[in-house]
Design a binder for this molecule. Sequence first.
Ligand code: GCU
Length: 599
Amino acid sequence: MKTNSITIRQVVLVFFMLMVQHVSWAQPMMNISSRNVQSLDGMWKFIIDPYNHGDWSYWHDQKFDGTILQDYDFDTSPELRVPGDWNTQRPELYFYEGTLWYRTKFNLQSSMQRKEDSKLFLHFGAANYKTKVWLNGKSVGEHEGGYTPFEFDVTDKVFSDKDNSLVVRVNNVRLADGIPTYSTDWWNYGGLTRSVCLVETSPTYIYDYSVQLSKTDSKIINGWIRLKGNNVSGQKVRLSIPELKINKILESGTDGSVGFLLKAKPILWTPENPKLYTVNLTLNGETISDKIGFRTISVQGDKILLNGKPVFLAGVNIHEETLNDSRRATCAEDDSLLLCAAKEVGCNFVRLAHYPHNEDMVRLADRIGLMVWSEIPLYWGIDWKSKRTYSLAVNQLTEMISRDRNRASVIIWSIANETSVNRERTEFLTNLAGEARKLDNTRLVSAALQNVNKQLAHNVYTVEDPLHEALDIFSFNEYIGWYDNTKYACDSITWVLPENKPIVISEFGAGARIGRHSGKDAYFSEDNMADVYRHQFVMLRKIKGLAGTMPWILKDFRSPHRMLSGIQDDFNRKGVLSDKGEKKQAWQVLKDWNEEHRK
Ligand code: GCU
């Protein structure tokens, strides 16, 4: 068997890796970008491990004992870019689902002062799907979930005076009781898909905060601040919003938290005028700065109210996949191309499907004025009977809301997409909607329900789903003219829907291969796709209480379900833009609709 020379040190290192396995992760601290960080992004070594040999002996009958290492040597291994999915970086990884080991080495930068009692954390923007982390041969913890941040306290594991070795095991195998689970209509991009960094804090630090406009009075800014660390009680925290002439000293209670309620008359955030204020929080000379917009969002009857005024969500769906080369979006530039394309097609709203996108995406939406629907991937066939799955759902919801609670652009938390109606599912999601409101009672809670071609009479459609009682808006996906009935039927279809709730069409659309003009009624021709949109709009226009529309989808995206050779070629072709960002005929039809309806 070909062997690579290995050092005794590496044998010892791997052996220690396996010594102590424990789960120790806490909800991440707020606003990483404003803290003292050292980026660990760049080229990392990797070893692919399809048989999980890093965990098991060859005979797969005992945990790996660290003795047979001739076949593995990070130093002579190839590299992958972090952040980034592994699928689009190397052809042999395009369809890969399994375990892959990453390693990077780093020295502490001088900026990490390492004052005698400062704390050091390893922060991951996200990694898909299950992650285990070791630093200098010691386990620091593990995380499950592919789209939300997590972090580990590594204060006692970092070497200050020599090379550090960080090893991360990522596995993207789909699980029966995972979230999402076996079947998704998007690519299972695996790996360290978002940035990794070290964060240094003082021994007692600002951990989390909420600074928002009061739900009931737009002349009040209220919220809370939570400290963590060695001495959280009786600490003085300065909260300042210079433009509003707010400069307040607050004192933390015994549990390290403090609430506040301040009189102020901020300019309210809207898509047309996305005003953001600099908010500074200072503790013992360490300042966290954030850019926060102040607005209210609520429902009244069948209206969605932004700052007390009816608003129409003229939107589009977006996957977190780059506009021109279809890989996981990993940075502000990638996000900007996507959100600017949404603005260009006349949107004031985007549904970030079907999972929380990276933090830069929602911060950019704050800045350029797009309202956001943010969602956790409880998608299609979830194991509703599993208690593990439910606690995973609560964790992903908590990590999503904790990260973005101060983003004015985010107006809707969505807890599911197209889930079949049954007792366990409705109980699971009703409970989860309650969890969302406990975490944040300032935003709307929704889910994309599904129309299962339920007709009360010929061309009289409805959506029957008891979950809607737990939701603030009535959102559902329908594909009349593509999966169901004909586009011509749209002209005479009416809908019977709840009267007392805003109605939002969270998905509709059709597919087309760019450049294919095989006839107005031909599947996958651009002409047909544009025509489906026209007929859809005739139907949607008639819906009483229609408060928002978002066609599926901004751009063609990779999907393991879409293998039609010469037309799909593992892409879902429902984008109004091609997978190279080129405009299809339907793009203009959507732009006209959005510009007519955005208020
Ligand atoms: C569903 C689902 C999407 C999917 C789309 C389609 O509504 O929510 O994730 O891509 O239909 O079939 O294209």
